[in-house]
Structures are given as C-alpha cells and as structure tokens.
Design a protein around this ligand. Sequence first.
Ligand code: C2O
Length: 581
Amino acid sequence: MEAFHRIFTNSRCSFIFFAIFFLFASALSIANAKTHEHTFIVQAAKVKRLCKTHNTITVNGQLPGPTLEVNNGDTLVVKVVNRGRYNVTIHWHGVRQMRTGWADGPEFVTQCPIRPGGSYTYRFTISGQEGTLWWHAHSSWLRATVYGALIIHPREGATYPFTKPKRETAILLGEWWDTNPIDVVREATRTGAAPNVSDAYTINGQPGDLYKCSSQDTVIVPIDSGETNLLRVINAALNQPLFFTVANHKLTVVGADASYTKPFTTSVLMLGPGQTTDVLINGDQPPSRYYLAARAYQSAQNAPFDNTTTTAILEYKSAPCPAKKGVQIKPVMPQLPAYNDTATVTAFSKSFRSPNPREVLVPKEVDESLFFTVGLGLNNCPPNFRARRCQGPNGTRFTASMNNESFVLPKNISILQAYQQGIPGVFTSDFPASPPVKFDYTGNVSRSLWQPNSGTKGYKLKYGSRVQLVLQGTSIFTAENHPIHLHGYDFYIIAEGFGNFNPQKDTAKFNLVDPPLRNTVGVPVNGWAVIRFVADNPGAWLLHCHLDVHINWGLAMVFLVDNGVGKLQTIEPPPVDLPLC
Ligand code: C2O
C-alpha cells in the first residue's frame, strides 16, 4: 500500500504508471477492433412499387440494401459478387480509405468494373470517423437501387458526445423511377437531353402514403413518450437535393457525414445527394402519429423536377387505439419549405460548426490555392450526329464541366492503375488550377463560353500539401446548387456565399476556428464555397457533383496524390483480385 501510494505521489513514477496504463488500454482497444465480413450478391429481384412489379438490381434482394454496422476502428471485408447483367462497383461513400484507395470503388477511377459473373473483395478500416455514412454502386445509374447505410458507432468503450439515444433509425431518402433507371440514363446519353425525372422519392425504399398503391408498405419509425431517439438521415437520391422534416417535432443536429457537429436545433434539414445528417428527436408531443416527409429543393429555374413528397410515419408506441378496428389515426402532415426556398437552405448550411475548436485541424496556411468553376454547358450538335441525338435546348447536347473541362472516364483501365504503374495515354495531369478564362461566373455568360473541352485530366498534389479549393458555381444555362463530393478525404467548409467569390473581401469571412468537417458540400446556387484539406492520402481521388446526371455530363475531375515517405505514407499494393478490364 505504502509503495502504491508512493507511485502516485512521485511524479516520474506516476508518469510511467499512466504511460503503461494507456499503452495497455490502447492495446486493448486495438484488440477490441473487429473485422466484419459480408457478402453482397448483386442480383435482380422482384420489387413491387407504385402498383407494379419491377425486376430491379439489388444487393441480396433487398431495397435498400443491407445496413452495415461497425465501431470506429473496425475493419470491413465485403465480397461483392455480381450476378446481375450490368457491370458494377461499390463505393463506400465518405470512408477515408487511408492507403486503401483500391477499395474506394468508382468505376474506371480506382478499379475496373466487376463484370457480370465476377467478384471483388473490398477491405478497409474505419479510422477516426463516427456517425453515418453509406455505400452505393458507382457505375452508371445503378445506385438508384444499389445502396445502403453504413453506421459507425463510437470506438469500443467510448460514448456519443450527446445523450445516449434510446433508439436509432437510419432514414435513407431515395429516388424511384417507374422504369429501369439504366434505360433512363442510356436514353439521355443517346438524345443529349435531360433524363426523365423520377416518379417518386422514397424513405427506406418506400414511397409512402401520398403515392398510389404505397400506403400499406409505408415505413413506421417507432418512438415513445419521453424518449430521445437518433435519426440517421441519408440522401441517397440520384439527382435531387431534398428537404426533410418531421411534423411537430424539433430536430437537433449532432452530426453530418460521420463527423460530430456542435448541436443546433432546426425544424427542417436540407441534404444534397451524398450528404448525411444525424439528428436527435424527442418524444415530447402528444402520443399519436406524425409524418416524416421529404421533397425536392430545386434551385435550378425552369427545369423540370419530381415535385412529389415521400413520407414515413413516426408512431408513438402509446398512440391511442383507433375508434374503429383496422382504421389508423391519420398522421399529422408537416409543413415543408417551398421547393425553391434557398433562404432556408442557406440558414441551415450556415448553422454547421465543429464541436471542439481545439480538435479542428484546418490548415491555417495553404500550399495549393485552387479555384474551380462548376456548372453546366451545352454542346452544339456534332456534324455527324442526327437531330434526334441533339434533343437538348435548341438542338444541342447537355454537358457539364469544372474549369471548362468536361470529365471523361477511361475505358480500358482505371486511373489509379495507370497512375501507379506509370501507364501513359490514360489521363493527363494538366487540369487547370484556375479557370482558363475569367468571366462573370454568375452573370449573363456569353454563349461562346458554353462549350467546354472534354478529356481525362487530373491535378497532382504532393503528399501532405495543404489545399484550399474555391468551388465557384456558374450560371451557364442555369445556376443550381451542386453537391460536390470529394473521395478519400473529409474537408473543412470554411466559407460560402452568393455571386462571384471575391478574395479581397470574402477571405475575411473564412472560419478557421470551428468550421464543419464534411465530405460533400452544397455549393450555393449562383454562389461559391471554400474548402480546405491536407492531401495526406495517396491515390486517385474523384471530385464530382453528386447529382448523377451531372457526372454523366462530365462534372468531375480527379486529384492524383503522391506517396509520401515510408510505408505509412504509401498506398498499399493492389489486391490480387482487383478486377481487370
Ligand atoms: Cu457517393 Cu463518387 O460518390
């Protein structure tokens, strides 16, 4: 006892004691890290939606696909077997993939597609991320039906930085076409016109009460009086930013894109495709039934969109029994913002903060100062094309670009393979750091600037470089809120605004104290956003608009990040079963 007492009173000894204790504890937590093995069978399945039975590509016959649940620090091993009739890849949206770029998934960027009959095993470790992410196909429009939640609980033995929720429910917002979505995008590629808009939005795969033949399958989200529950909201829609709300209930935002946020309370969320938001909800209303609802935020003017509303039902366990047997109480319908309510979107996105300024690692200085325009374009009809292939506005074909470069995927090898193996002719590294021609980006843009170049261009980053990227929306053809997603990284959003970014005055608005950490930023319609990150993950990383139709049109580019020094700063060798083209 005496000796033990002395250990604590002698500061050198107590240091050693605590050092040993921590070593032991961290060894224990590494020992606790688990490996989760899953098999995803990509296969057609019969799925009934909107009064019809469809032959839909799914994972394991489920829509949405299986939910993966892990702890921070765990490893996932997912064998994907392609029994469908299309090429497929799976992307683990938001997973940092430190040194495991081969498992990232975008087709022809980090791997060749898994052919029908083929398979590929994705192996990666979740490290330092907690909250909600998701996975989805990254090939053509397969992600319309091939997607699911990826839930990351705190490290074994750790807790949430908020009241432990009684229940947790993943809310996946999806988008449904009454025809095969692959045919929809193929048709658009043929005609050059915008693809048909969807026929429904869905919550956990179900359109809900407001659509034909959907009431019986409406998703029920349970709650009880006095409970605090966690909703993990994911926008898995293909082409539509969505508002989300719950009738009569306040939502406290506690996380987004698998990073915690400083809690704030709101009645409505807006998520661009790709984004996730974790919210706490209290069972503080009279026990009854309340709709959860989502519908479009449509910032592009005069563009057709799916103007329907999807619902699920928040049901109190103690809700009174209906007077007549078999008749349910009608749920309370919430107010949703107008489809073009940009003011609500701005107020919401500006509410995000990191919870602990002391843990914020935003670079204060930058090595690379980049400026990318993001927007649409229209190509004149090529001379060898018939009119029916130029059904865009005034006989054109839709296109999109960053810095006037419309991105084209390689066809015979992935960019990462070509980069690692030094294979020439697949891509060039001359993606411009700033727009080749400066113009009034959000003004009345001359028609001569509507036709971008096209090609496969990357931008090289030295390992460890501190990057600032201004994403500037353009008003070419039509301005729109673009959800821009970066693979392989989280980034800090240090500012956003409307009009043209002005370094003289907008730099003063940079938040270098507690900016939110995310993987997808909604670039305001007719505006800009500034992000910063440190290029500490070697590989080939796609930056793109998460509206799938815009990827088809070329709204993407790729960052090529060098290896650093030594093994821990070098990408792992490719897995032996990496699919070949
Ligand atoms: Cu969630 Cu490249 O995508």
